[in-house]
Design a protein around this ligand. Structure first.
Ligand SMILES: C[S@@+](CC[C@H](N)C(=O)[O-])C[C@H]1O[C@@H](n2cnc3c(N)ncnc32)[C@H](O)[C@@H]1O
Length: 347
């Protein structure tokens, strides 16, 4: 019988550039060697996330076998995997994530690594609802960790609409089954409302101009590249010589601002910060990794207030930053700031 030979995926040039063309990176079991090459180049393979400040977080949490805790932002499970390997055989980790696409994949990955339900539970809940876990763990937790924002899997997948670098629907929802997409949000806002979002969530200096360009665009802004083009044209209309880097930075801020709005990120972070102390046992530790000032200012303020009110016995007034080596090997770590606080023992 004639064997059917499957053709190699077709793409332009020598190497695949688009997410879905990177079939080797998307099949790590089959192409482990290729994955290593990508990692050595300091890049993140498609469909994977490189965890940040792992060693710093592990040290801060004081992990020992039998400790019980929460990873409030499970993502790829990189931090979770390191935590689990230190708290087994009797410890337990609850991994929270609102993303219904990535959560089952991560659960499977951790199960395949041998972590059973006794040690690990994947929870499809928002970290603002952390106190609901007390129904299962009435004494609270030894530690809580959160690594805010989005994972590389979410950013890189064009269908999720997080990146202006590839064409996709302008979605930006961590949970695409819930709430409004960014395109729908843009339709629902007037110029003033949109300007406020761009300015409040990302300190965008050109907020009003960009808001007007989006709202007055002849074609409805429904795709990632469509939005990037409107931003590009808007900046060029006042300064034809505006450089590429400035346009790119503005795109980053606009996408960040919309993502924060669509997922109500500041609201749920404030709720999480207010509730986390009640989820911790006396003497328990919380570690939060943030990626922009809007997040870090909230974490710093909450820890400072908790310390002033006697809820926390210690906290990091200065954030811990990734090492120079980590920033070199993983460019996504560059803006990371880690803050830690410990709950007062006698509470
Ligand atoms: C930066 S990634 C975490 C990566 C993870 N620490 C790792 O090592 O693989 C952030 C994750 O948190 C999730 N997330 C963001 N906000 C959330 C929230 N309010 N509640 C639960 N999960 C959230 C995102 O869906 C994403 O998967």
């Amino acid at each position: 019988m004639e064997s059917v030979r499957k053709r190699r995926l077709r793409y332009k040039g020598k190497h695949p550039r688009m997410f879905f063309e990177k079939y080797k990176e998307l099949n790590p079991e089959k192409y482990a060697e290729n994955l290593q090459k990508v990692l050595l180049r300091g890049q993140t393979p498609a469909g994977m996330h490189r965890s940040i400040c792992v060693q710093e977080i592990i040290t801060a949490l004081g992990l020992l076998p039998a400790k019980r805790g929460v990873d409030a932002t499970l993502g790829f499970g990189g931090h979770a995997q390191e935590i689990l390997s230190r708290i087994v055989p009797n410890g337990k980790l609850y991994g929270l994530d609102v993303d219904p696409i990535e959560l089952p994949k991560t659960e499977k990955r951790l199960r395949d690594l041998g972590f059973s339900e006794d040690n690990f539970e994947a929870c499809p809940i928002n970290f603002a609802g952390i106190l609901s876990l007390l129904a299962k763990e009435p004494e609270g937790f030894d530690f809580v960790v959160a690594d805010l924002g989005v994972s590389s899997m979410q950013i890189d997948n064009p269908l999720r609409g997080f990146s202006f670098k590839s064409e996709g629907p302008l979605d930006l929802r961590l949970n695409p089954n819930k709430g409004m997409s960014a395109a729908e949000l843009l339709k629902s806002l007037d110029v003033k409302g949109l300007e406020k979002i761009l300015s409040d969530n990302a300190d965008e200096a050109e907020a009003l101009r960009i808001a007007k360009s989006i709202k007055h665009s002849r074609i409805p802004v429904e795709t990632t590249t469509g939005l990037a083009k409107v931003i590009h044209d808007s900046l060029k209309s006042v300064n034809p010589d505006v450089d590429k880097k400035r346009i790119q930075k503005t795109c980053q801020r606009v996408f960040q601002a919309l993502r924060i709005a669509v997922n109500k990120e500041f609201i749920v972070l404030d709720e999480f910060l207010a509730r986390a102390p009640r989820a911790l046992k006396p003497g328990g530790t919380i570690a939060i990794l943030s990626f922009h000032s809007g997040e870090d200012n909230r974490v710093a303020k909450s820890f400072q207030e908790g310390f002033d009110n006697g809820i926390y016995s210690s906290f990091s007034a200065e954030p811990i930053r990734p090492t120079r080596e980590e920033k070199f090997h993983n460019s996504r770590s560059k803006s990371a700031k880690l803050r830690i606080a410990t709950k007062t023992s006698c509470l």
